[in-house]
Ligand binder design. Structure first.
Ligand SMILES: Nc1ncnc2c1ncn2[C@@H]1O[C@H](COP(=O)(O)OP(=O)(O)OP(=O)(O)O)[C@@H](O)[C@H]1O
Ligand SMILES: [Mg+2]
Length: 207
């Protein structure tokens, strides 16, 4: 635990957004392995970059190469994995970027914690909460298992990967996500369009 620490205030979020000419917020993908989180998140990131927005994707395995290389896949490590990602996403959002996260994030309580972190993230007394958009990429387990692009389900069924989400570890589906995408019925392009329409509808793509 850190003690004797004092928050040092800086300029307000709206001032920073004005200089950076965009609002910062977080788009949080959740869903089973192979549901399509990384595929849709990457297409969304590209689309937003083409439109001129600063967007940056934090993705499952990639983060485990560096920041979270010390963490495993047991429940406690998954909690800590998501806690750190949420903190990093919040920093990106606070610096007027669009943070896009694509992690299985199977536990409701962890996603709720990430959401609350954004809601409370006032770096300045005038700050509004940071928007947090949960995108549930929904796909029946059988379809995800049939896709199996990384061969992980096969390994999990053979008992070679312990605590694999959907097989030997739980996935707690969101009840009220801001956006739900059924990736067996929605193309990647349509998924991106749905998300962008949602962001436009909420006024998040303008100051
Ligand atoms: N409509 C769709 N949306 C997203 N992905 C799709 C769709 N149709 C087929 N796919 C395929 O499904 C696979 C999804 O894999 P992807 O790596 O994006 O999943 P993920 O949710 O990020 O999994 P993981 O949690 O293991 O990282 C890809 O091979 C992708 O091409
Ligand atoms: Mg992925």
């Amino acid at each position: 635990m850190s003690t004797n620490i004092t928050w040092h205030p800086s300029l307000s979020r709206s001032e920073r957004n004005k200089y950076r000419k965009q609002r910062g917020f977080t788009i949080w993908f959740t869903g089973l392995s192979a549901s399509g989180k990384s595929t849709i998140a990457t297409a969304l990131e590209q689309h937003l970059l083409h439109l001129g927005f600063a967007a940056y994707r934090l993705d499952g395995d990639n983060v485990r190469f560096g920041l979270n290389k010390d963490l495993g896949f047991d429940e406690k490590s998954r909690n800590e994995n998501i806690r750190r990602i949420a903190e990093v996403a919040k920093l990106f959002a606070d610096s007027s970027n669009i943070a896009i996260t694509s992690f299985i994030s199977p536990y409701k309580a962890d996603r709720q914690q990430a959401r609350e972190l954004h809601a409370q993230a006032a770096a300045h007394p005038d700050d509004e909460p940071l928007a947090f958009i949960e995108v549930f990429v929904d796909l029946p387990l059988e379809v995800a298992e049939a896709r199996d692009p990384k061969g992980l389900y096969k390994k999990a069924r053979e008992g070679k990967i312990p605590e694999f989400t959907g097989i030997s570890a739980p996935y707690e589906a969101p009840e009220n996500p801001e956006i739900k995408i059924e990736s067996d019925k929605t193309s990647v392009e349509d998924a991106v369009r749905l998300i962008v329409e949602y962001l436009e509808g909420k006024g998040l793509l303008k100051l």
